[in-house]
Write a protein that binds this ligand. Structure first.
Ligand code: MRU
Length: 367
């Protein structure tokens, strides 16, 4: 993705060869600022405080967090301590555990003197693999958009609804849900994206709108409750959302509110697709509603809102009465019966144990 004409990934190793640079997403869309991570504690803070967010980017940041820990101490105990610190940062996105397992595998049985280099090598591979996965998801999702475009009168846009930010900013590059949109746009297919605002943290209004705008993709930000109305009036051709954890049976956990959009899509016969990189599949769980841990965050994310004043200052205001209790559930689970298809890097899978097993036979039974 280009920002001000310069190509960017969302995470990279600096010229010093060891410190790690990220984009501080808590400042967006008002400021585009980067932050340097120098310790494993910096990486853990960046994930927990959501300077970086989105399942694949959380995994990539954790991988570099292990590298930063190894710079200080490359003992087995230090690797375990880094893992314990990082795994606690966010409970729902399974890419975190996946990336930490990958790092442990890469470092296992290596002599201490070789571990640091091996860690940076594997973390860089995890990032490169994510870019390729997203690119492939984009190609498979593009075909779905092309099919819909072919049935519409020439020049009429394909209207795609998305929730939260499963975009460039949530991955290393391209995004998952956004990759098909970017490819369709670059292919000359007229697309228009409805970006759900995504309360309470507004990832749709702040991040998805920002990156679609920078890419030139036509889009409209809508309040979270609008999608059902648009679907009833034929203004949504398909939904594409991301996921933080998808079970081996095809249940999809994603940002809070995704389930309600899937219900509305089902009621209105609108195809509901989930862009699913394989590291986001949790092969150890089968019932998403019962088994996936749902993160609960500070009530202040609900009771307060931050924005930019006309004078350009960033201000936070409270929107609830003093003393009203607030609950903040960050994710929900969409049962597979409401999902039309899972767009993976290997193709579109039916949301069922058989559908996922057919595309990833090597993973079946391996946990
Ligand atoms: O709480 P967030 O902002 O990390 O939640 C992000 C999402 O829900 C995304 O849809 C998901 O991580 C997929 S990102 C490709």
């Amino acid at each position: 993705m280009k920002v001000d004409g310069k190509p960017y990934r969302t995470i990279w190793v600096n010229g010093d060869g060891w410190s790690v640079e990220i984009i501080d997403q808590t400042r967006m869309p008002h400021r585009f600022e980067t932050v340097t991570l120098k310790t494993v504690a910096d990486a853990a803070h960046a994930i927990k405080a959501m300077l970086v967010r989105g399942a694949p980017l959380i995994g990539a940041t954790a991988a570099y967090g292990v590298c930063l820990a190894l710079r200080e101490d490359d003992s087995d105990e230090a690797i375990d301590r880094a893992r314990d610190l990082l795994i606690e940062t966010r409970p729902t996105a399974v890419n975190l555990r996946w990336a930490l397992d990958e790092m442990r595998e890469a470092l296992r049985n290596r002599p201490r003197g070789e571990r640091l280099e091996a860690a940076y090598r594997r973390a860089a591979e995890i990032c490169d693999e994510d870019v390729e996965i997203c690119r492939s998801i984009g190609r498979h999702g593009l075909k779905l958009i092309q099919e819909i475009a072919a049935k519409k009168p020439a020049g009429e846009p394909v209207n795609i609804l998305t929730h939260c930010n499963a975009g460039w900013l949530a991955t290393v590059d391209w995004g998952t849900a956004t990759a098909p949109m970017y490819m369709a746009f670059e292919d000359g297919i007229p697309v228009h994206v409805w970006a759900d605002e995504t309360r309470p943290r507004n990832q749709g209004a702040s991040l998805t709108a920002w990156e679609l705008g920078h890419h030139g993709v036509p889009h409209t930000v809508i309040a979270d409750n609008v999608g059902g109305h648009l679907m009833q009036h034929g203004q949504v051709d398909l939904c594409i959302v991301g996921t933080d954890r998808t079970t081996a049976s095809g249940d999809v956990c994603n940002k809070i509110g995704t389930y309600l959009k899937a219900l509305a899509a089902h009621d209105n016969g609108v195809p509901f697709y989930v862009a699913l990189p394989s590291p986001t599949i949790d092969w150890t769980v089968h019932d998403g509603v019962k088994e996936i841990p749902i993160e609960q965050r500070s009530g202040e994310e609900v009771s307060r809102m931050t924005g930019r004043t006309a004078a350009g200052a960033i201000e936070t205001v409270t929107i609830t009465p003093d003393g009203s209790p607030v609950a903040n559930y960050a994710f929900d689970v969409t049962p597979r019966r409401y999902v039309t298809g899972l767009i993976t890097e290997r193709g579109v899978a039916e949301p069922s144990p058989e559908g996922l097993a057919a595309l990833f036979p090597e993973r079946v039974g391996r946990g």
